[in-house]
Ligand binder design. Sequence first.
Ligand SMILES: C[S@@+](CC[C@H](N)C(=O)[O-])C[C@H]1O[C@@H](n2cnc3c(N)ncnc32)[C@H](O)[C@@H]1O
Length: 227
Amino acid sequence: MIPTDNKRPIRSYVIRSGRLTDSQRKALKSHWQDHVIEYETKLIDIDTVFPETGKLIIEIGFGMGDSLLTMAIENPDSNYIGIEVHKPGIGKLLHGITEQKLTNLKIVCHDAKEVMLNCFKAATIDKIQIYFPDPWPKKRHNKRRIIQPDFVELLERRLKQNGLIHLATDWEAYAEHILEVMESFEGLQNYCGDSNYWLQADRPGTKFERRGQELGHGVWDLLFEKC
Ligand SMILES: C[S@@+](CC[C@H](N)C(=O)[O-])C[C@H]1O[C@@H](n2cnc3c(N)ncnc32)[C@H](O)[C@@H]1O
């Protein structure tokens, strides 16, 4: 956890007390040991975790996991690790991984800030994706946004040269905040040109995105490359 001045970590999430469905509860019980990498303050041994070598793609905050599952099915040559703290979403994704017999998708159930700090070597990740992070729209909550300079620095260090960070949000003020934080970081460049959003982003839609669209929200995708 990244300590604050008064040593209390600022969390970018609240654990929601969403009810588990029977299927999610069963998946958590039966498939956890097969597809969840237990969080420890030590490096994940990627070669042991995945039977095949491939690009390493990390998704932070996958929610219910539908889009991550689709990507892992469509890209069997890449290896995916999804990081999430929301148990119903983890249960749902475990169900999907098992049903599809996927060996290229694993889960870590822990705060992504600590996972990124402790579990990955520098310059080992091909792509990091963060879709619809909680926008924390109230000014007094802005500090809980996961995209902050110190976290971006941590992500950049874990990326390989020319590695990518793909983000999306449905909150315009957060999109502007992300642009500002990412573009002021020297080691990253906006793949779409300064101040530009990625207009033709290629990724499956997410549950949170669909909910926002029903409410009339826009979508802003951003893509940055480690240079
Ligand atoms: C607004 S939801 C979006 C979920 C999904 N990406 C989607 O678009 O449907 C944000 C998710 O990020 C997760 N999250 C936020 N901060 C996190 C952190 N530090 N570590 C792990 N997960 C986090 C939350 O639990 C939540 O499920």
